[in-house]
Every structure is written in C-alpha cells, then in structure tokens.
Design a protein around this ligand. Structure first.
Ligand code: ADP
Ligand code: MG
Length: 489
C-alpha cells in the first residue's frame, strides 16, 4: 500500500498543506471537528439514529469527512461528461428484450431474486406496457485506479438504476466543507469546493415525468423502507417537488398492499390518491420483499399506468451481470452503432469484468481468480453494500461453486486500487482518529423518455463517499463510508 509520500506526489498542494500543517495539529483538529458537526447540523446533513430509526424527535448528523478529498480535475470532468451516455445506455438496454434475456439467462437459473424480477419483466411484456413515459434516476459510481506512473484513471464500479441515494444530503455537504476550510485558514481551498445540487436535478426529472403524466391531483409516491433512517435525504427531493406544487406521499409496500388498486384503465390509486410516478427508494434487495404481498405490490405497480422510476427493465439493466456483459467486445457498439466516440468514452471507464458462465471462458475466469485472488472482486447480483467477496474468501467460495452452475450467480471484476488519502471520519460516538481513506465518486444522471423521444437527459450532480481503507466494501447507509466533497486538484 502506498504511503503518504506517494499521495503527496499525486496531490502535491492539498496533501502537503492540509496533511502536514492542519492534519497533525491535534488541538486544531479537535476544534474543527466540533465546528464541523455543528455546521452539518445547521446545514441539514442529518440522519435518524440507530436507536429510533423511524422517529425525528432526536436526530444526528450523517457521517462525513472533516476535510474534502483531493480529486484530479480531469478525471472528475471525465466522469461528468460521460454521464448522459450512460443514461442513454441504461435506457436502451431496458428496452432491449432479447439482450436482457440473453444476458441474464444463466443468472436467473441460479439467482432467485433476479429470476423473480425477470418474471415480472416477462409478464409485463406479455400484457404490453401501459405507460410510454420512462423516468431514469441513476448514479454511476467510480474509483480512481492508481497507475504505475502515479496518475489515476477513472474506473466504473457500477451503475445504480434503482434507489440511488444521497442526492439530497450531498446537496448540503459543500457548505460544511467550505466553512471548515475557512475556519482552518484555507480560504483559497474553501472557494474551490464545488456547489452541488443533485436533489434539484433528480426532482427536475420527477417533475417532468409527473407533468407528462398530466394530472394535477396525481401524486409522486416514494416507495420507502420499513426502517427510514435516511429520510432527510429523501426530504430534500420531496421539498423540491413541493416547491413546484407537486404533491408527494411516502408509502411502504404494506401501505400499498392495504390501500392500493388499479382501476379498469390500470391507473394506480393508493389511499384514494392517483399515483403519477412511483419513485423506488426501496425494493432493490431480496430482504426488502418481506412477504409475497410485497411481490404482488411490485407487480401491480409495474402493470399500472404510473411512471415507474425505475421500470422493471431499467432495474434489470442495473444488474452486475449486465455490467459484465456490456464489457464484452462489440456489445456497446450494438447500442451505439453510429457513435464510436460515445462508445470509447464509456469503455474507457470499464474495469476488467469476467464471466463465470459454464464453459471454457468461465473456467478460465475461475483459474485466473484462484491464481491471484487479491487482484479481483467476486460479486453476486446484490445491491446495498457488504455483499462482495475479496481475497482468500474468493478462493473459498470459488472452490465450492466452480463445478456447478451456482457459480453463474457471480461475476468477477478487476479490483480497483485508489491511492489512499489521510482524513478524519466524523461519525457519532466514534473516536477522532486519522484514517487512511479511499474515496468513491458517484455521478447522478436523470432522463425522461416519452415513447421514442428523449425529453430530458442530464448529468445532475455528484457524490463523493470516503471510507477507511480497512473496509473492502460497504456504503454510507451500511455504516462504512461517509459523505465527502471533491477538492479538485
Ligand atoms: P453494491 O451494489 O452493493 O453497492 P458495488 O459494486 O457498488 O455493490 O460494491 C460495493 C463496494 O465495494 C463499493 O462501494 C466499493 O467500495 C467496493 N468495490 C466494488 N467493486 C470494487 C472493485 N472492482 N474494486 C475495488 N473496490 C470495489
Ligand atoms: Mg455500490
């Protein structure tokens, strides 16, 4: 693992200045951490507590870094500029019945969750889609792989096409870091913290879909989890919609099961209100479907005239198996036959991805992973963090499944190795210690299509999450990563 010296060579200004002078001044750090937490509370960087996850009586700050993390400007701009292509790609995949069928064929044999989603997809195709408006709100995540020459290259971790979070809170964190840098006497750096407002951009997409649906009384329904610690992140988006006089409601699967129905025209009504848009902030992992009724509700919503964000095809387009298939030669070209530049831009961000399908190619992947497990990440078809397999665990799992179709539930990916940066992670009741950190950059995309016509296709902001390098996996909600901001260098 490179030490601080290497970091300095990549990020000379930030690393040497903040690390050496401010970072090592224990008294100043303590003072800054106090100011930072108060500022986060003032700015509404909030989260409910573990103890009372469904109450706002007592809340805390969402975990965040004391300082912003250096990100090379060129790589940051690269991530922003490729986003509208990824929006288009996801949207095209979602409509390509043959592609999804082929890409997911081996996965749905062994992965029950993907198989259930796929079954809904099949049923909708049989019945015919009842809504031609499509809304996509996604987040493409990246890490910066450190090259041998000390420069870094942008590598995509995954695209989240369902329930991508932290667009709300990341609209508030820039003010916190601006303030902290000022208090730390770093006015120049403070002025370089970028404004960011994914909440407004995501809401713009929701508002456009609502408008096209065309009923003033209809609501935007947030499908929410039973446990809602991250409610404030949603509230920013709700707020943006209410500013436009667009009504929003929050419903759980169970609420919809009890009070939801389709009328003869397949309009969706929940608790007496017509639903124009269903915005999924739940339903992305098996545990979200606690009983069969949840699946009934998912199917009812998919069949309905409501605009789904995402619809079932778009949800499936975000699976890790699809990501692996996209990295195969010629596949991007299939979706962008006349746009070699767009293809190149997207492909540049792809890390090595390898199939574990049965046959010689999959056998080769197994052998490669067993020979050098530390070079790879083994991924099942899961979302939400904490599911990936690393190092010696890869060997254990692959030895168990290598001979059977069970292995096709996974894909293998090159491990990305970002340069670690020192920072302080501020988390409730955690000691104030310096950590060796890795960051992950997310870029939010929003698009709306009506029939064959793209009505909106935008990059609407970014998210930087940082975690201690001890943790291989896990996001902010999983309690591993914390919110951060890029300081462009
Ligand atoms: P999930 O859908 O659970 O969020 P991800 O593919 O985003 O799954 O992986 C979760 C976390 O694991 C990422 O946030 C990142 O920290 C780490 N990770 C995933 N893929 C890689 C990779 N190829 N190299 C290094 N770390 C990775
Ligand atoms: Mg992820």
């Amino acid at each position: 693992m490179p030490d601080l010296k290497d970091c300095k060579s990549i990020f000379p200004r930030m690393a040497s200045r903040i690390l050496d002078e401010v970072m090592m001044d224990a008294a100043l750090i303590k003072e800054l951490a106090g100011v930072a937490k108060d500022t986060a509370l003032l700015q509404g960087v909030l989260m409910r507590t573990k103890e009372s996850p469904n109450s706002s009586e007592l809340v805390t700050y969402a975990p965040f870094t004391l300082f912003p993390s250096p990100v090379p400007k060129s790589v940051f701009l690269q991530a922003l500029s490729v986003q509208t292509h990824f929006n288009t790609l996801v949207d095209k995949i979602s409509q390509d019945i043959d592609f999804l069928q082929e890409a997911l064929a081996s996965t749905i044999e062994v992965d029950d969750f993907t198989a259930r989603l796929f079954k809904i997809h099949q049923q909708i195709l049989k019945e015919g889609r009842s809504q031609s408006i499509v809304l996509g709100l996604n987040r493409s995540d990246y890490m910066l792989d450190q090259r041998e020459d000390q420069t870094s290259s942008l590598k995509q971790i995954e695209i989240n096409t369902i329930a991508a979070s932290f667009g709300g809170l990341s609209s508030q964190t820039p003010e916190v870091h601006k303030h902290i840098l000022k208090v730390a006497g770093r006015l120049e750096e403070s002025q370089r913290i970028l404004d960011n407002n994914p909440a407004a951009g995501l809401a713009r997409g929701l508002a456009k879909a609502w408008e096209l649906y065309g009923s003033d009384r209809a609501v935007v329904m947030f499908l929410v989890e039973e446990v809602q610690r991250n409610i404030f992140d949603h509230r920013y988006i709700e707020g943006e919609l209410w500013k436009r006089n667009i009504p929003t409601v929050r419903k759980r699967f169970d609420d919809i099961y009890k009070t939801g129905s389709l009328d003869p025209d397949k309009r969706l009504f929940v608790d007496g209100k017509e639903v124009a848009v269903v915005y999924f902030r739940n339903g992305y992992m098996p545990q979200n479907y606690t009983n069969e009724q949840c699946w009934d509700v998912r199917l009812m919503m998919e069949r309905s005239q409501a605009v789904k964000c995402p619809d079932i095809g778009t949800h499936l387009a975000g699976t890790k198996k699809v990501q692996q298939v996209l990295a195969r030669p010629g596949v991007l070209e299939r979706f962008f036959p006349d746009q070699p530049q767009a293809v190149q831009q997207m492909r540049e961000t792809f890390a090595g991805l390898y199939t574990l399908d049965m046959g010689p190619e999959g056998d080769k992947t197994v052998a490669m992973a067993l020979a050098e497990p530390n070079r790879f990440v083994l991924k099942p078809q899961r979302e939400g963090g904490g599911n990936n397999i690393y190092g010696s665990e890869i060997v254990k799992v692959l030895r168990e499944v290598r001979g059977s179709t069970e292995r096709t539930a996974y894909i293998l990916m090159d491990k990305i190795n970002p340069a670690p940066i020192e920072n302080y992670l501020l988390r409730r009741d955690s000691p104030l210690v310096i950590s060796n950190c890795l960051s992950e950059l997310g870029v939010f995309g929003a698009y709306v299509r009506q029939g064959a016509h793209m009505v909106m296709n935008e990059c609407v902001g970014h998210l930087l999450r940082t975690k201690s390098s001890e943790h291989a996996d896990g996001g902010v909600a999983a309690g591993v990563a914390v919110l951060d901001n890029p300081l462009l260098v």
